[in-house]
Every structure is written in structure tokens, then in C-alpha cells.
Write a protein that binds this ligand. Structure first.
Ligand code: FES
Ligand code: FE2
Length: 445
């Protein structure tokens, strides 16, 4: 660690993590600028704005943003702040509109952000107002397989470079079908937790047999799989990989069994198996045989705050996070599959979800510990699996030897440091793309 760097919160040789990053207001302010002001942020899905002039209200960090599709079908990410005195120009969650009129004084913007009309332009402004410089502030927007990302950073790399080899894994869920995916939701709720607690949890399989003991027993009994005891977790052939801040857990599966998802049960398992088999030729064409048949994405996070599919951890202060939980389904999947996924996803990871409630309690406690005057003087210990990760001949990224490891968490906080210490994107390292992307699937879907 460079002694001149402002943030040195994770010790890579011991795994000790400074707890103050979960509650300190100054750190949080810096995060809003250095992390959320720079990174590519997941803001929605193309299926939320399918038609020309559709819009969907979302957030980039704490900044309110309107995701629009203009009359030509192009996507825009517009800061929802009138350039006159700052009123919000959109006050609802979604809709269809060619223009947005500010309800304070009536300045009116096109859905591509341009300021089109100002009351009293001649009478009040003497025709001296430069409308062309007063459009809604626009973010850069790019998509990956229908998922919409945006960044405020003009010097950010392309989204493709940003995702890098993580896409090799992400494709196995987000990019399976020719028809793409469809986002249902979101369900939204607030929790008194720091946003990072749930991001780092995406690679924490160590907690499952303890925190989720009762939920796991119900699941195992009802579904029959996957078994989730400590023994099963330690013996699991599943692995972790890390690329550019993105944490991946995955299963190397060669058993022609579909990826486990909430919504599978004894009643629906046959449906999922049939769907898996019926779509395999298409998936194989799109992803190549190896990824289609063997690689199954598990829990994952996309730096900084995209978690578990299309789900966002929106920061609302150091001690509060707004959860936006969508369910992503293959657009062309049978309705029974969509229904099972919708119910299963909400029942397990929705606001009152069985697994979610176990998790939230932990994240609250981690956040509270950071506020304890004495507690925060003692670092977290993230030493598990230190020195047991590296390149792998078959899998891209930095791969942990074992499934139960804190390698991804250590690297997540190192990535956080890289963003927090960098003066600009020129100082944020990016791993080159080295994976072989067999098949026809592309960034565009
Ligand atoms: S604040 Fe929007 S028109 Fe005045
Ligand atoms: Fe959990």
C-alpha cells in the first residue's frame, strides 16, 4: 500500500478490514464522488422502457435519474433536476412522455434531455437565455444484454471493458436466450445497513449453514437440493472468481441439471428440467458448449452495488440502504416458469423473504458494530483462504481454490480503495479481456 494514499482499509497480508468504512459520514461522502460518481452503475433494464417515449425513474447512487427511450429508440440517463432552480421534472416511477415539464416555472425538456421551451423566453429573459446549454445533465449510458448501465465519468472505459472477463460468467444467466430477459418489479424497501455489507455478502457462502440454518433446512427438505450443511459447503466443488471489482461464485456442473434458482421445488423441478433441456441447443449456440453445459453462475455482485442479478443496493447515507429487487426472467420462458421464479424470488429474497430476513439481521449488526466506539477500533478479520487464489486454466479472473473463502471480499475492498484513492479513471487499473467468448452472444445480447 502506498503510504501517501488516503484510504488503506484492507490489509492484503492479514485480511484486516477497517470497520469505520461502514458508518463514517466523511467516507460516505467520498464514496458518492469517487465510487458512485465514476463507476458504471446498473440503473435498470431495457424491458422497463420497451416503447419509444417510455421512461423509468431510477438512481445513480443518491442522484435521481430518468432512464428514457427517446422517439428514435435511443436510451438516455438524465439527472432529474431542472436546470433552472433544481425542481424534479419527473415525480412518478415510470410512464410514457415525449416531454417533461417542470412544475415550478414550466421549463420543458424533451425526453432526450434538450431544453425545448421556457415560458417568457422573450418577455422575461430578453431572448438572452442559452437554452442549448441548459439541457438536463446526461450520463453516459450503455447496455449489456438488456441491462442498462450509466456513468457520470466521461473518461470511464467502455462498459465492455469495465465488465471485462466477468461477462464470461454473467452471460450464463443474462445472455442465454435469443429473446433476452425481462425485468419484473422492483420491490423497494429500506434497511438500516451500509450498502457494502450486502455487496460483500454475495461471495459469502460461509454464513449459509449458520445464518440460514432454518431456511436451508426448509429448502433442502422441500426441494431436495441443494444441500447446505457446513459439510456440503466445505466439500463443494463450486468456486469464486474476481474480475475488476466484480465478484462471481459459480458451479462447474456437468450433470445436465439446471442452475439452482429460488422457485424450484418438488412441484416445479420437472418444468425447470424440461426448460433446461429444451433450450440447451440455443444456449450452446449462444455461449459455446463449455459455458452452456458446465458453467453455472451463482451469487455475484457487479461493482459497486449491483447484486444477485438485477438488484440494486442504493446508498441512502452511511447507515441506510434502499433495496431495489427485480426478478429477471427469460422473456420467452413459459409462463409457469416465470410464475415460479417470481414467487420464489420474492419469497426468498424479497422484503419479507425467508433468506433475506436472515441476511439483513447480519448486515444490521455489521453496520452497528462500526458505530460502536470500541468495536470499530477492532478490524474485521477477512483472512480466510489468504494465499489460496490465482489464475485458473479453465476459468477467467482470479479464482479461489475453494468455495468457502474470503478472497472475493478482500479484493472487493481493494477495488474500493482503488476507486477511492484514484484522481481519475486513468489511475484505476483494469484487467484486460482474456477470456474466450465462444458462441454468438455479444454485449448487445
Ligand atoms: S425550477 Fe424548473 S422551471 Fe424553475
Ligand atoms: Fe445469506
Amino acid at each position: 500500500m502506498d503510504a501517501n494514499q488516503k484510504y488503506a482499509v484492507i490489509d492484503p497480508t492479514t485480511g484486516k478490514l477497517d470497520r469505520r468504512i461502514f458508518s463514517d459520514a466523511a467516507v460516505y461522502d467520498d464514496e458518492m464522488e469517487k465510487v458512485f460518481g465514476r463507476a458504471w452503475l446498473m440503473i435498470g433494464h431495457e424491458s422497463l422502457v420497451p416503447a419509444p417515449d417510455d421512461f423509468f425513474h431510477t438512481y445513480m447512487g443518491e442522484d435521481p435519474v430518468i432512464l428514457t427511450r427517446d422517439g428514435q429508440g435511443r436510451l438516455h440517463g438524465l439527472l432529474n433536476t431542472c436546470r433552472h432552480r433544481g425542481n424534479r421534472v419527473v415525480r412518478c416511477d415510470d410512464g410514457n412522455a415525449k416531454r417533461f415539464m417542470c412544475s415550478y416555472h414550466g421549463w420543458t425538456y424533451r425526453n432526450d434531455g434538450a431544453l425545448e421551451y421556457v415560458p417568457g423566453e422573450a418577455e422575461a429573459y430578453y431572448d438572452a437565455l442559452d437554452k442549448s446549454s441548459l439541457g438536463l445533465v446526461e450520463a453516459r449510458v450503455e447496455t449489456y444484454a438488456g441491462v442498462v448501465f450509466a456513468t457520470w465519468a466521461k473518461d470511464a472505459p467502455s462498459l465492455e471493458a469495465y465488465l471485462g472477463d466477468a461477462r464470461w460468467y454473467l452471460d450464463t444467466v443474462f445472455n442465454r436466450r435469443d429473446g433476452g430477459m425481462q425485468a419484473l418489479g422492483p420491490m423497494k424497501w429500506l434497511e438500516p445497513v451500509n450498502w457494502k455489507t450486502l455487496v460483500d455478502n454475495c461471495s459469502d457462502n460461509y454464513h449459509v449453514p449458520t445464518s440460514h440454518l432454518s431456511s436451508a433446512r426448509v429448502q433442502t427438505r422441500y426441494i431436495g437440493r441443494p444441500p447446505l450443511s457446513h459439510e456440503d459447503q466445505f466439500a463443494s466443488p463450486n468456486q469464486h472468481a474476481f474480475v475488476n471489482g466484480h465478484s462471481i461464485t459459480f458451479r462447474d456442473a456437468d450433470d445436465n441439471v439446471p442452475r439452482f434458482v429460488h422457485g424450484m421445488s418438488k412441484d416445479t423441478m420437472r418444468l425447470f428440467q424440461q426448460y433446461h433441456e429444451a433450450t440447451m441447443p440455443e444456449v450452446e449456440r449462444r455461449l459455446g458448449a463449455f459455458r452452456a453445459r458446465r458453467v453455472q453462475l451463482g451469487n455475484h455482485s457487479i461493482f459497486p452495488n449491483g447484486i444477485l442479478g438485477l438488484r440494486m443496493a442504493l446508498p441512502r447515507g452511511p447507515l441506510k440502504t434502499e433495496f431495489w429487487h427485480f426478478v429477471l426472467v427469460d422473456r420467452d420462458a413459459p409462463d409457469e416458469i416465470k410464475r415460479a421464479l417470481r414467487i420464489g424470488s420474492q419469497a426468498n429474497n424479497g422484503a419479507a423473504g425467508m433468506f433475506e430476513q436472515d441476511d439483513v439481521d447480519n448486515w444490521r449488526q455489521v453496520t452497528l458494530a462500526s458505530m460502536s466506539r470500541l468495536g470499530r477500533q477492532h478490524p474485521q478479520d477477512l483472512s480466510m483462504g489468504l494465499g489460496h487464489a490465482g489464475p485458473h486454466p479453465d476459468y477467467p479472473g482470479l479464482v479461489s481454490e475453494r468455495y468457502i473463502s474470503e478472497n472475493n471480499q478482500r479484493l472487493f475492498y481493494r477495488r474500493w480503495e482503488e476507486f477511492m484513492n484514484a484522481a481519475s479513471w486513468a489511475h484505476i487499473p483494469l484487467d484486460p479481456i482474456t477470456a474466450r467468448f465462444d458462441g454468438t452472444a455479444t454485449m448487445r445480447g
